[in-house]
Design a protein around this ligand. Structure first.
Ligand code: AMP
Length: 216
């Protein structure tokens, strides 16, 4: 099976990707992870993109397209996969279509996780994460409270609201997501590939709905 998974930050996209990998033995193609690896290896490209990742800005389309093209042109290219975080813009989707054609591969579906922006804000801005850099466990003021108020269960360090998780930042990221992704989803919708799945329910229910949407 060859899938693209699309969903806003806070939709649980990463978790659903992991479940799909486990259930169907797919290769997870995460461009964020590939870029972080290039940064860790200190390659020329890694050094170029590092400030963008740090600022939470998108890397330019040609660079990300090259990273993905290199993977799919390699002799051990993934055959069955779930794309997690790519394509992220309309222009990346066009480039990915061309790459798939060139490699004689075709997509089976685009799973589109949907969730109201306000629900995402509630989910993310309720996160409280351990300030100990070696721990980093996250809790939630509604869904997963620590035993002692404001303290990590594992190491006792104070829990904090990360800058990334503040409402203003989350709304800005959601705005960016819609600006870049709405046109991409419509592009795939015209090809009859999009399966909309609500991501408002708990993880297990959402995964069951993903399977149903895929006819599995
Ligand atoms: P992620 O792990 O998917 O949240 O990605 C982390 C960061 O990597 C993003 O904030 C972007 O800076 C960069 N990135 C990952 N995938 C893409 C993509 N498809 N297009 C542009 N930038 C990306």
């Amino acid at each position: 099976m060859r899938l693209v998974l699309v969903g806003p930050p806070g939709s649980g996209k990463g978790t659903q990707a992991e479940r799909l990998v486990k259930q169907f033995g797919l290769t997870q193609v995460g461009t964020g992870a590939m870029l972080r690896e290039a940064i860790a290896r200190g390659t020329e490209m890694g050094r170029r993109v590092e400030p963008l990742l740090r600022a939470g800005l998108l890397v330019d389309d040609p660079t990300v397209n090259d990273v993905v093209a290199e993977l799919f042109r390699a002799p051990d290219r993934p055959d069955c996969f779930v794309m997690d975080g790519y394509p992220r813009t309309y222009s990346q989707a066009i480039a990915f279509d061309a790459l798939m054609r060139q490699q004689f591969l075709s997509l089976d579906a685009v799973v589109h996780l949907t969730i109201p922006d306000d629900e995402v804000v509630k989910r993310i801005s309720g996160r409280r994460c351990c300030s100990n850099p070696e721990c980093g466990v996250c809790y939630h003021v509604h869904a997963r409270r620590s035993k002692a108020e404001g303290r990590c269960d594992h190491c006792g360090w104070p829990l904090v609201l990360r800058d990334d998780d503040k409402e203003e930042t989350v709304r800005r990221r959601l705005g960016e997501f819609h600006k870049n992704t709405d046109a991409l989803v419509e592009h795939y919708r015209r090809q009859g590939l999009v399966r909309d799945v609500s991501a408002t329910d708990p993880v297990d229910v959402t995964f069951a709905n993903v399977l149903k949407a895929l006819g599995k």
